[in-house]
Ligand binder design. Structure first.
Ligand code: AVI
Length: 327
């Protein structure tokens, strides 16, 4: 068995597992304990995230989709700008559901652009390469698999064209504020005069609305969090007992931090990666932040990073903003 594992597992996979193991151990040995949300997204995690997006309570996707379907022309106009050829680069493209509306409109307008989705997952990029040219005939697509800033650099080396970067879905919210600020500074450093960004951000609103979005009645968000323990069990040979952990979502209207935790319901020990991790009853694992901002705070983040916030697109409830930042 051991030999089969060694021969069947690719080097890349082994490296991934080692990193995954190191990250999980580092997080669970830390005080307080935490896990990195990037590990939510295995194939089951992707499926559960789709269920979250389809739930009645999770509004951000619907709000941003409304912006993309109701204000497509205005969005496209902002991107076409002076009419010079451009690369429309999407960070973390996923299924490109929202951007497809924009892409169709740009094609109808005969805009001179190429779509450059960047995603850490090769599956996502292959899927887009196979499906988008069929749904959107005439679309020029260059898919890049890898880490955002490595790929942005590669995109810049590939072509000197003007760049419009899409960072949608309030993915920026999954970073603590100081990391988000740093991310924007680095993004700016990868761009040049004339380039722009379309940043999708979930806004502060009634705290009950926000909390409900991360505590849906059908339990998809709960499953999403617990699935990371299932993943650790199956990929790292751990023995988490899921019935001994409870999903605990919180939202602080003052800071705009929406955080989720898993609470240990008992004194317990879990073994993984040849180590043992001890949990006290009521101890928590910090799982994820989904930071909410005011429009003023997003403008400030843009300015501090060296961008100029020039336009805001809101949904009809003013719950979400897609902001255009120029260099
Ligand atoms: C991907 N991201 C923007 C989602 C969010 O709203 O923070 C992930 C998520 N986690 C729980 N529900 C949704």
């Amino acid at each position: 068995f051991e030999n089969n594992v060694l021969t069947d597992t690719s080097v890349a996979e082994q490296e991934f597992n080692q990193q995954f193991c190191d990250d999980v151990i580092a997080g669970l040995k830390a005080v307080p304990k935490f896990l990195q949300p990037k590990y939510f997204y295995n194939s089951t995690g992707d499926e559960i995230f789709q269920q979250i997006m389809g739930s009645n309570e999770y509004y951000p996707t619907d709000c941003e989709l409304e912006i993309f379907t109701q204000q497509t022309q205005e969005l496209a106009k902002a991107m076409i700008a002076d009419g010079s050829p451009f690369d429309l680069i999407e960070l973390g493209a996923g299924d490109a559901m929202k951007s497809t509306h924009l892409l169709r409109h740009l094609l109808n307008e005969s805009a001179d652009f190429r779509y450059v989705p960047i995603d850490i997952s090769g599956h996502v990029i292959n899927y887009l390469k196979e499906t988008l040219p069929v749904t959107l005939p005439g679309l020029q697509l260059i898919g890049l698999t890898g880490e955002y800033f490595h790929m942005l650099k590669e995109a810049a080396e590939l072509s000197p064209r003007r760049k419009v970067v899409l960072f949608l879905g309030s993915n920026i919210g999954n970073m603590p504020v100081s990391d988000a600020q740093q991310f924007c500074i680095e993004l700016r450093n990868h761009l040049a005069k004339g380039d722009s960004v379309l940043m999708g951000v979930d806004l502060k609103k009634n705290p009950k609305t926000i909390l409900a979005a991360y505590n849906d009645a059908e339990g998809h968000t709960r499953n999403f969090n617990l699935n990371l323990l299932t993943r650790i069990n199956s990929e790292l040979g751990a023995n988490f007992d899921l019935s001994k952990f409870e999903h605990y979502p919180t939202y602080d209207p003052e800071t705009g931090a929406c955080k989720s935790y898993l609470i240990s319901l008992a004194d317990q020990q879990v073994s993984l990666c040849n180590q043992t991790v001890t949990f006290a009853k009521d101890e928590y694992i910090y799982m994820e932040i989904s930071q909410k901002y005011t429009v003023g705070q997003t403008d400030y983040m843009a300015s501090v990073s060296g961008f100029k916030p020039v336009q805001h697109f809101f949904d009809s409830k003013n719950w979400f903003v897609d902001a255009i930042w120029t260099v």
